[in-house]
Design a binder for this molecule. Structure first.
Ligand SMILES: [Zn+2]
Ligand SMILES: [Zn+2]
Length: 146
């Protein structure tokens, strides 16, 4: 809690109770919740908070680099990640889970191998992968069907 207040202050953001609640909820989560998921949780403790406030707080926190908003959509909704270090995301089309993927393929990656793409210097690549997660593969016996 104290750490969260410090983080906000360092960015020049007023540590309002809503910002603290949203950041506190998101910290440590690896499930890439949507604004709605976070709202449902936060509203249990803070019944007066609105979904719009949660959403604008998340937008603000991502602008200030405290969380990252993923371009990948969970059932059409934006989702958020408190983990700021570079990693990739895998979306399961069956259960909708978004799973973190860490790869060290920078040197082998054909896309960024040259260090540039059409004259543009590539500094970072974030991949979004789509498919079936290992749980759903097991559940559906997917591999056997192939
Ligand atoms: Zn799945
Ligand atoms: Zn992630």
């Amino acid at each position: 809690m104290k750490k969260i207040i410090e983080r906000l202050r360092k960015k020049g953001l007023k540590p309002t109770s809503q910002r603290i609640a949203v950041l506190q909820n998101l910290t440590g989560r690896r499930d890439h919740p949507t604004a709605g998921d976070i709202y449902n949780d936060v509203a249990k403790k803070h019944p007066t908070i609105s979904k719009a406030t949660v959403y604008s707080t998340l937008k603000l926190l991502s602008e200030y680099g405290e969380v990252q908003e993923l371009s990948i959509r969970k059932m059409g909704e934006a989702c958020f990640d408190p983990v700021l270090e570079l990693h990739h995301h895998f979306l399961c089309r069956e259960c909708g889970r978004i799973i973190d993927v860490y790869t060290e393929c920078r040197d082998e990656c054909v896309i960024i191998k040259a260090g540039e793409a059409g004259g543009n210097v590539v500094e970072e690549v974030q991949a979004y992968m789509y498919g079936l997660c290992s749980d759903c593969v097991k559940k559906n016996n997917y591999l056997k069907k192939m």
